[in-house]
Design a binder for this molecule. Sequence first.
Ligand code: UTP
Length: 295
Amino acid sequence: MTKTVKKAVFPAAGLGTRFLPATKASPKEMLPIVDKPMIQYAVEEAEKCNIREFIMITGKSKRAIEDHFDYAWELEENLRSKGKESMLKEIRRLAQHQFAYIRQGLPLGLGHAILCSEPFVNNEPFAVILSDDIIDPDDDLLGEMIKIYDKYKATVLALQRVPREDIHRYGVIAGMEVKKNIFRITDMVEKPKTSSAPSDLAIIGRYILTPDIFDFLKKTSPGKGGEIQLTDALKALLLKNEVYGYLFEGKRYDAGDKVGYLKATIELALKNPSVKDEFKEYLLSSFSTIINKEK
Ligand code: UTP
């Protein structure tokens, strides 16, 4: 097995029903947050961790993702002729990496989407990034997870404490803290009722997986909603192998949900040098007027 994580899988074949009608013919992953599609934040997060091989799991109506990460000769010529060198450099940068696209014929769940990546993962540890969970680019969640993988050579899941009332939307773990913010996981439950949740530690959309997950995914029967659930496969895996969780205390936006998406847009706009001053001024001067109008 190679020493560290060099590949990342981006499951992006979901239907995105919470954003309909916007996602009827366009991918949810291409919805922009300020000036970049969600999936670009995810790819840049992996790029920062020296990952250079990107495996996209796509499906129907997702072609725009392929075009986005490819060279765009006409556009590049146009930018070159207008002397817009920095924008040209910016749009060419990611296209230099290796992208592979695999179509998940039917949206049979996150577990199934990850199983589709098996031929490209090629017996190495790999990161899984759900692009609708946006991590503040100033935080280094994936980097910390890779360090934990390098130490324990085992599966690592990202965890976050969530309020009790939201727990039913997540996979939730039981475990013991072996080092500050590092948990050895002993059990996990997918979308538990608040009363039966083993903790308030929810699994969020970043994983470091080892290739043995594929055997467990193959043996996992469809669960809730007829989908092959990653949590079910991980639950079987942890009976045989060690699984760790890293408690992330930084900022995450659940941008697969409309309100989370709006929060990400506002907060990341306030960090974006090209718009932050004007946008902040607008919010400060108009916010109370807008809110009062709504009442
Ligand atoms: P979600 O649960 O957010 O589902 O999937 P979704 O289809 O994207 O969105 P809604 O709930 O209908 O609005 C979590 C992640 O798993 C991927 C999604 O693309 C998303 O990144 N996924 C889900 C797949 O790749 N394939 C699937 O069959 C299901």
